[in-house]
Each structure stands twice: as C-alpha cells, then as structure tokens.
Design a protein around this ligand. Structure first.
Ligand code: ZN
Length: 505
C-alpha cells in the first residue's frame, strides 16, 4: 500500500497533467471563437481530437482509479481536502466509465447528426424533421443516466449532474413560487400606463449609433469599475459571449459589439466580467486541483448575473454606469438622465426568444423548458406533441404564441446535443444572486456603496463567501454558509417585485 503522502503527490502530478490538457483545449477553442482564421477549423479539430483523447484516457485511467481507491478505503489517513478531491474526481470517473464505449461512440456520432438536423429544421421551420433525432437523443440520455445511477429518477440524475444535490422537489417549489408571483407581475408591466413612455425612450436610445471601437474602450472602463485585473484577464469579441478560465492568472471573456446596441456590450461585459471574477478569485492553495473550479453552473451564473443585474441594472449603480458611458459617448447621451439609463436597461416586454429576454421575463422561459424536460423523462409525453405544448405554455405564462417552431421549440441548440437538465441552472443563478444581495444588505450599506461606485466591500464579500471556496463545498453548502439559511426563491421574487413595481407600478 502506498503511503498517503505518496498518493497525494501522485494525484497532484496527475491533476497538473489534466490541467495542462484542459488549458490546451480551452485555449484552442477560445482561439477558434475569436482570432483563428476561418480555414483553420479542420486543423484545430484534429489537434483538439487528439488532445481531448489523451485527456479522456487520463480521467478514466486505472492509475487515477487506484489513487482514488487508496483515499476512499483509508479515509482516516487523509485530510478533508483530499477526501473532497477524491469525491469529485470519482464522480467524473464514474460518469464516464459507466457507459459502454461503443454506446458512447454511437452517441457522439448521433450528437453531430442531431445538431445538424436541428440546424436544418430550425432554418426550414420543420420540427418533424428533427423529431426522430430528438427521440434518439432522449433515449441515450436516459440510458446514460441509468448506468450512472439506477435507483434515482432519471431527471433528478440529470439535474444533479449540473448542480450537485438539485432535484425536482426543490425545483417544483422554486418554479411554483415564481409562477404564482411573476405571471401577475409581467401582466402588470404589460398593461402599465408607463409602458408607452418607456417604449418610446427605449426606441429613441436604440436609434443612436455607438462606434464599436469606442465601445471596446468602454469594456476596459467596466473592467476597472468592477476591479478586474487586466494582467490576468483579457477580453475581445465573439458571436456569442462567453468566459474561459484555465487558471486564476489566465482568464478571458468575450463580449458582443453592435453599432446600434450599446446595452448589448455593456451588460454582456458585466455578465462575463462576473464569470471572470469568479475564475480569477479561486484560492491559490487549490491551484491545479479539481477544487480550483467554479463549483457549479448555477453558482457561476449567480456571479455573472450579480454583476450584470443586481449591480449593473440597479438604480443606484446606474449613475456610475451612466457617467462611464457619457464620458465615451457624450453626444449620444446628451438628453438622457441616469434615471433614463436605468429605465432603458430594465425595459421589460414578453418576447419569444430566451436569449433576448429581459430580467423579469427570463425565468419563465426557463420554466417552460423545465416543465417540458420533466415530461420528456417521465415518459408522459410523445415527442411529436412537444411543439403544441411549448406554444400553450408560452401563451399561458408570457401571453404570446410563437408563429412558428423556429421561433418556438426549435430556438435552442441544447436538446439536440443532449444537454438536458441544464436550463434550470440559469434561473437558479439569478435567484442565488438575489439571496446573496439580501444578506449583503444586512451586513453593509449596499445601496450606499452602489451609489458611490466603490464596490470594494461587495467584491470582498463575494470573494470570501464564494470565490475562495471554489469546489471545497457543495453548491447548497455555499449558499447556506454565505447567507445563513438554505436556498429560497423568496429573495429573488422580492427583488424583482421591488424593482419592477418601481419602474412600471
Ligand atoms: Zn453566464
């Protein structure tokens, strides 16, 4: 039997190697999304395939299995960090090795075909063309979840994959609360007397042009405003904004620059900046181990939405943003006040497309997907009936009906790739952010700080309660330890009610 010191040393070496593969893959895909020439696709795909294959071998290796067993069989010889590492690495190991190789290969090839079929179906507004692929994808996802855990209901296993500990009991309650409170709030905003003025203000703002090169400078100002260390984080543009972090000192994000849409770059930059701050704030003692990762998709999303919405779209911080924007675009901003800027940033109207949704209506888009996924995996619905169900739910929750499936059920790529159980994280992230804000309000003069534009204390709170923890705790432990109580939808609903009653009430 190996001595514990040796086991940890070998595990460290193995994780350093895994991190190197991760670094290479992330940098290549970053390059592909940003600066790489158009014709480089095949060259990069080949390189990524080979490096990805090596990384896969390492994460499923007997060597790793033996090191994990040494810790699992003699827990008394190891400290807490070692045990959490073993637990996390075992989870990944099991998820990958529980699937027979031939089935996994078959699924990989189906994924590629299914994504292509989805693209064609979306283009031609032809759900029937995509339906047989979706049926097959659901079949694979079901059997993979069962291989991993045959005792837990399939959809709970899927939810747990993206957010450890999450299940339909928690989410049913969460979405029931949201539905009860948000549907009337959205109706109120839609029929408000103030709506006409807000729409006019919004359209006027959108009619102006904002030079893309100056928008780029503004992104730098925003990084400074939320204290992003530009020596450890770079930024540029891509079609869809995203953040990629391989180490505290090696983080990048992208944003989108459109000449007629200043808000797009401002709020995407703050959103991705929030993700980047999380990656950059991980604890140095956990470097090159699986503990040095954002703990979950929803907690990651809580960071991005906190900086984008709870800070960026608050009336108190809007003054700071307004001043930053005005310095770069004095002509366009003449005639607007910082209150106008706040109102424009929070204009709400039900839309068909999730990624274009505003803060108030966003979660209802997620609720539709959650309810449909639940039905898919409880076998209570035929895939062919999904489009009608989708449209009925949009009518019920948002009061609008998609005129076709391209603007309805075919809008998201996720299901074609087998990403099921993933959507709820987006909504949970917003709710976590509001729970964090509520606790901060008890501990400091939150509004005063937003008004002053000095986020030092807020950043420090987030760093200590979330960033430095990395993956040392589970998502629910992080929420509970940071806020003194388990997760509750209440704070998010209160936050939205407060804000939208102020604007539309
Ligand atoms: Zn995000």
């Amino acid at each position: 039997m190996k001595a514990p010191k040796q086991v940890i040393e070998e595990l460290n070496q193995l994780e350093i190697k895994m991190a190197a593969y991760k670094n290479a893959l992330a940098t290549m895909s970053w390059d592909g999304a940003t600066f790489a020439p158009k014709n480089s696709v095949n060259d990069r795909a080949q390189a990524m395939g080979i490096i990805g294959g090596e990384a896969f071998k390492l994460t499923t290796s007997d060597e790793l299995d033996e090191l994990l067993k040494a810790i699992e069989e003699n827990p008394q010889d190891y400290d807490k960090k070692a045990k959490v590492r073993a637990e996390l690495l075992r989870r990944d190991y099991k998820r990958t090795t529980c699937i027979p190789v031939e089935e996994f290969m078959e699924f990989m090839s189906l994924q590629a075909k299914s994504s292509a079929a989805w693209e064609k179906a979306k283009e031609e507004d032809d759900f029937a063309y995509f339906a047989p692929y979706l049926k097959k994808v659901i079949g694979f996802v079901k059997s993979f979840a069962t291989y991993f855990d045959s005792k837990t209901p399939v959809y709970d296993t899927l939810l747990d994959e993206y957010e450890r500990g999450l299940n339909t009991i928690v989410l049913d309650e969460f979405f029931a609360d949201l539905k009860a409170e948000l549907v009337p709030l959205i109706r109120m905003a839609s029929s408000s007397d103030k709506k006409e003025n807000i729409e006019r203000l919004y359209a006027d703002f959108k009619s102006k042009k904002y030079d893309v090169n100056i928008q780029r400078e503004l992104t730098g100002d925003l990084c400074d405003a939320i204290s992003i260390d530009k020596d450890s984080c770079s930024y540029t543009q891509s079609v869809h904004p995203f953040t990629s972090g391989t180490h505290r000192t090696n983080t990048r994000f992208t944003t989108v620059y459109r000449e007629k849409d200043l808000q797009m770059s401002v709020y995407s930059s703050l959103h991705e900046g929030g993700h980047a701050k999380y990656e950059m704030g991980l604890n140095p003692v956990d470097d090159y181990t699986c503990l040095s990762n954002g703990v979950s998709m929803a907690v990651h999303e809580s960071q991005s939405r906190f900086y984008e919405n709870n800070i960026g779209r608050s009336s108190e911080y809007s003054k700071t943003l307004y001043n930053l924007v005005k310095k770069r675009f004095p002509e366009q901003m003449a005639g607007y006040t910082s209150e106008d800027f706040f109102t424009i940033a929070n204009r709400s109207t039900p839309t068909l497309i999730r990624v274009q949704a505003d803060e108030l209506t966003y979660c209802l888009h997620i609720m539709v997907r959650y309810e449909m996924e639940k039905l898919m995996f409880n076998s209570e619905i035929d895939v062919d009936d999904l489009p009608k169900l989708w449209n009925d739910k949009y009518e019920e929750y948002l009061g609008i009906v998609p005129p076709n499936n391209a603007l309805g059920i075919l809008q998201d790529v996720h299901w074609s790739e087998g990403l099921m159980g993933y959507f709820p994280s987006y909504a949970l992230g917003s709710a976590y952010a509001s729970q964090f804000e509520t606790t901060m309000r008890k501990e400091m003069d939150f509004d005063g700080m937003l008004k002053s534009g000095d986020l030092t204390q807020i950043n420090k709170w987030m760093s200590e309660k979330v960033h430095l923890i990395g993956s040392n705790k589970t998502p629910s432990q992080i929420i509970e330890d940071a806020t003194g109580e388990p997760f509750s939808a209440k704070y998010y609903i209160d936050y939205l009610k407060r804000k939208y009653t102020k604007i539309y009430g």
